[in-house]
Design a protein around this ligand. Sequence first.
Ligand code: FMN
Length: 439
Amino acid sequence: MTKKKTHLLGFMQNGFNSHATGMWRHPRDKVNWDYGKYDYWQHIAKVLERGLFDAFFIADQLAPYSTYKQSSDDSVRYAVQFPCNEPSTIVPAIAAATTHLGIGVTLSTAFEHPYSMARRLSSLDYQSGGRIAWNIVNSFSHGEWNAYGVDGRERGDRYERLEEYMEVCYQLWDSWEEGAVIADKASGTYGDPARIREVDHQGKYFRCKGRHFVPPSPQGRPILWQAGSSDRGRDFAAKHAEAIFSVQPTLNRMKEYTSDLQNRSVNRFKRKPNEVKRIFGLQTIVGESRAEAEDKFERIKECIPLEGALAWISGHFGLDFSKYGLDENVSNIEVPGIQGLFESILYAKDGAPVTVREAALIYSQSMGMPVALGTAKDIVDQMEVYLDEGGADGFMLLTTFTPGCYEEFVDWVVPELQRRGRYRERYSGTTLREHLSEY
Ligand SMILES: Cc1cc2nc3c(=O)[nH]c(=O)nc-3n(C[C@H](O)[C@H](O)[C@H](O)COP(=O)(O)O)c2cc1C
């Protein structure tokens, strides 16, 4: 029987400190690197490409989190995903430094018209030779809404608006027909107006009348990536996404998620089984021995400030955790923020109660992702279980210290994956869609 191979993505934010809170304090983090400079991102991208990764995935939020104590003070004080540059600004630098690596970019639909969104994504996909994925988000936090001076929308409304948003983007991306570009110097004719349809959309949320400004990019449209995980979010992902990013803390939760997503995409949206790639979050801590990895893990956890951790969970889940006792159990409620990630901490101990303190510390170390810790062999053993039993098609690797954690993964874990026939030996295509559909 052929073994299922894995896809791999790096996962960061274009800022000072990505997802593991307090990691900037680690002695091996960003040594002689400046996160605000292109060469830092280009170096990491080259490491990922050396490791034959499918893509480098850049998360984002639009403003500092300000739910904790109704202020962004602790986000600032503890560098909780703060400060953060705009994500698409590093895409051209990464594309120019690599030839195969895909680039996933998180761009929020909340405050931008679909016309400019479709144009920007077509431009990036065109210029990178077809290597772009769009992580479609609709912004969930008070800090973001306040910064843009807009009243928050409730979840149902957010997703209804997002459906229409996608409809406008699809119309724009599909509006250039085959043969639209003539570019005949002799006659002086560049384009054939009959083959570039003007979009005319008059909807509940958006109006758009005009031609798409960019020719079809190599992928036609970017890979549509989604991480919505509430009931509405899962439906949206099952309908639109080519790949989903999900955080499930245990094998059981992965199995449940896989079967739920398959059920929705196949039965509700008539898509083929396994058409949507399931990429699960994973944090890896590799050492030459298990003891070394355990020691490394302890040092990583020592970097997390509790107040910063509380600021982060408050921001992500939309609840002010300063109002809860640290030893109170976190209860299963519908949160206004990222429901799926909230569930990752509810089930972090396989259903056993989790206190507010534990929730904050677990989340701030791995964003609720399972941790694969040990030698390269130990780590690949764990990945194999997720691939074979959990329904994973690949992994989104959350950073610890950078760029070192990816250098170690590429040098130690990738060869072990290859030895076991679980990973590509070379890229077989050039576009991200080709990488993702290779197996
Ligand atoms: C694993 C994961 C990663 C996410 N990354 C981002 C992100 O980088 N930026 C963002 O604005 N939202 C992000 N989200 C939020 C969602 O994409 C979505 O907008 C939010 O979860 C609200 O939808 P939901 O209620 O369906 O979960 C992420 C969610 C998950 C589960």
